[in-house]
Design a protein around this ligand. Structure first.
Ligand SMILES: NC(=O)c1ccc[n+]([C@@H]2O[C@H](COP(=O)([O-])OP(=O)(O)OC[C@H]3O[C@@H](n4cnc5c(N)ncnc54)[C@H](O)[C@@H]3O)[C@@H](O)[C@H]2O)c1
Ligand SMILES: O=C(O)C[C@H](O)C(=O)O
Ligand SMILES: [Mn+2]
Length: 572
């Protein structure tokens, strides 16, 4: 039986019932009801957490659509955190897609219309002067270990969502607590509302954010910098997680701050890490080396470039080849086709320069190699072994593309990673059918199993950064690391790869199931913590061998504590 912790609490009556962090609803005991002035405020029966979960689950089943379930759970979260997390823990596989990808995308795009209650911290451009005051007000009395923030410019694949981006910061924070075991009261979700260029939102009278075009350039940088400096000043040991920034800001901000604080960009680094793990599992099945692959990455934004760099670095380290040789294995395609010289320097972002292909290579395909080269042409010429999609272009991997790829290699590795589900580059069921079960598949959103020619199910791995970032973050937090280093991330990715079901059975999924995500992330956190201590990124006095026990001790679990009223020293 789990031991019940004892908390000193200063709140009474309605204040206690209205505080989601401390509220237990009908689970307050008779003694607590007397001590906290609740006897007349609650119905007679004292429920157990099991009973409360059963009731909440039944109520949830009464909602008929994913978005209605999402709203129900959102409201439960604002009433009783322990009950919310406990319920989710019991039904992880079923409920993660409701509170996270893909349903959260729908909730975010309707944010202003679904709005009922605020959550997290809204830092809005015109209120820049009071930013520190607002920040301190929101975090008063709490020790914040984790801050998730978004400026909402590139939310999943659905683009600029303005103030609704608070939804992705909150959902990512929830996953940290649910899967990673980070105490939710030590997390902070932030939206940096710097306006929006989403015309529908600008035209919407009910829009609840700052109805102005996006601030860019120096003013934007100053605003972001002010926020980052506040985080560094007040919570120097925290992890600052950036989510769904526009591609050029994402890269720039990460580079700017990564040597002075533990910052982490999930779309770049989290996605790079989970995809590396997934690929390691896939080449375990094909019995080939990383450096023997030819890669096409379709969509060269935050995720595409993050993945490319992560894979490239892994190839250099693991297969001991030069950076140039490793770069030459990658073909990146974006809106204007293959990224090659004739696009012109001005049209190619700086951070893509090392992956620009020469025109000469394409002289047989197009005169002088100039002109746009599309996906199908690239597949036919390059004969890729790996095709990764992070383009937001639903259906881009057509039957012709997939079949052309299957002609060039025995076991095509195809990861259509765009979210939410409707933007997936190819439905995994189709890719499986078109390749007669030969393709090794993973997607960014959850999909049902595909049928193999022998009638067996092929479980589609969910290659979503949520399978790894909670563990990466926990590993960094528990070691009080002041940097999130590449080596810490690789340690986590390798540990995740080692847990792939396909290592035991090549017909099984490439990555562990999300139902096992808490155990998987525990292992990732241990690997990251070990690495942080060993390399000296950690700021703790314990040894690498103690990492496992330390992670275990710090895991937060959604159970009720026993409350003692203490007006003077209690929590409020
Ligand atoms: N599975 C995961 O864990 C994961 C993680 C991060 C992002 N994603 C998904 O990947 C997608 C991209 O995310 P991002 O953060 O990199 O966004 P981003 O805006 O930084 O990048 C998208 C890129 O795709 C390009 N693009 C758009 N249309 C295209 C087309 N028709 N053909 C080729 N390229 C095209 C854009 O020009 C841009 O460079 C989203 O759908 C997102 O949900 C998945
Ligand atoms: O949010 C997700 O599901 C993964 C990823 O960070 C994305 O932007 O799509
Ligand atoms: Mn994201």
């Amino acid at each position: 039986m789990t031991h019940q912790p004892v908390f000193r609490v200063a709140l009474r009556g309605d204040e206690l019932l209205n505080n989601p962090r401390f509220n237990k609803g009908t689970a307050f005991t008779v003694t607590e009801r007397k001590a906290f002035g609740l006897t007349g405020r609650l119905p007679y029966k004292v429920n157990t957490l099991d009973e409360q979960c059963e009731r909440a689950y039944t109520q949830l089943q009464g909602r008929d659509s994913p978005i209605a379930k999402n709203s129900f759970l959102q409201s439960l979260k604002s009433q009783n955190l322990v009950l919310y997390y406990n319920l989710l823990t019991r039904h992880l596989r079923e409920l993660i897609p409701i509170i996270y990808t893909p349903t959260e995308a729908e909730a975010i795009s309707n944010y202003s219309h679904l709005f009922r209650r605020s959550e997290g911290l809204y830092l809005t451009f015109p209120n820049e002067d009071s930013m520190e005051e607002d920040f301190l007000e929101q975090t008063k009395g709490r020790n914040i270990d984790l801050i998730v923030c978004s400026d909402s410019e590139a939310i999943l694949g659905i683009g600029d969502q303005g103030v609704g981006g608070i939804g992705i910061s909150s959902a990512k924070s929830v996953i940290y607590s649910l899967i990673g075991g980070i105490d939710p009261s030590q997390t902070l979700s932030v939206v940096l509302d710097v306006g929006t260029d989403n015309k529908d939102l600008l035209d919407d009278d009910l829009y609840v954010g700052w109805r102005q075009e996006r601030v860019r350039g120096e003013e934007y940088d100053r605003f972001v910098d002010k926020f980052v400096q506040l985080v560094r000043k007040h919570f120097p040991h925290s992890l600052l997680h950036f989510e769904d920034f526009g591609v050029s800001n994402a890269q720039r901000i990460l580079k700017r701050y990564r040597d002075s604080h533990a910052v982490f960009n999930d779309d770049i680094q989290g996605t790079g890490a989970v995809t590396l793990s997934c690929l390691m599992a896939a080449i375990g099945v094909t019995k080939t080396k990383l450096s023997e692959q030819r890669f096409i990455v379709y969509g060269a934004g935050s995720a595409g470039l993050g993945i490319t760099r992560q894979l490239r670095d892994a190839i250099v380290t693991m297969d001991s080849i030069s950076v140039d040789e490793a770069n030459s294995l990658f073909y990146l395609i974006d809106k204007h086709g293959l990224i090659k010289q004739s696009l012109g320097q001005a049209n190619i972002r700086d951070d893509l320069q090392e992956f620009v292909r020469s025109d000469d290579e394409w002289a047989e395909v197009k005169e002088n190699g100039a002109g746009e080269i599309g996906l199908l042409e690239t597949v036919k010429k390059v004969k890729p072994t790996v095709l990764i999609g992070c383009s937001t272009h639903g259906g881009a991997f057509t039957e012709e593309v997939v079949k052309a790829m299957a002609e060039g290699c025995d076991r095509p590795i195809i990861f259509p990673l765009s979210n939410p589900s409707k933007l997936v580059e190819v439905d995994p069921k189709d890719a499986n059918d078109w390749t007669h079960g030969k393709a090794l598949l993973a997607t960014g959103s959850p999909f049902p199993p595909a049928k193999m020619p022998n009638g067996k199910d092929y479980v589609i791995a969910e290659c979503n950064n949520a399978l790894i970032y909670p563990g990466l973050g926990f590993g960094a937090i528990i070691t009080r690391s002041r940097r999130m280093t590449d080596t810490m991330i690789i340690a986590g990715a390798r540990r995740l790869a080692s847990l792939s079901p396909a290592l035991k059975d090549p017909d099984d999924a490439l990555l562990p199931d999300f139902a096992d995500a808490p155990d998987v992330n525990f292992e990732v956190a241990v690997a990251v913590a070990e690495q942080a201590v060993e390399e000296g990124s950690a700021d703790v006095h314990w040894k690498k061998e103690e990492a496992r026990e330390k992670v275990r001790q710090h895991l937060w679990r959604p159970i009720y504590g026993e409350y003692v009223f203490d007006e003077e020293h209690g929590m409020a």
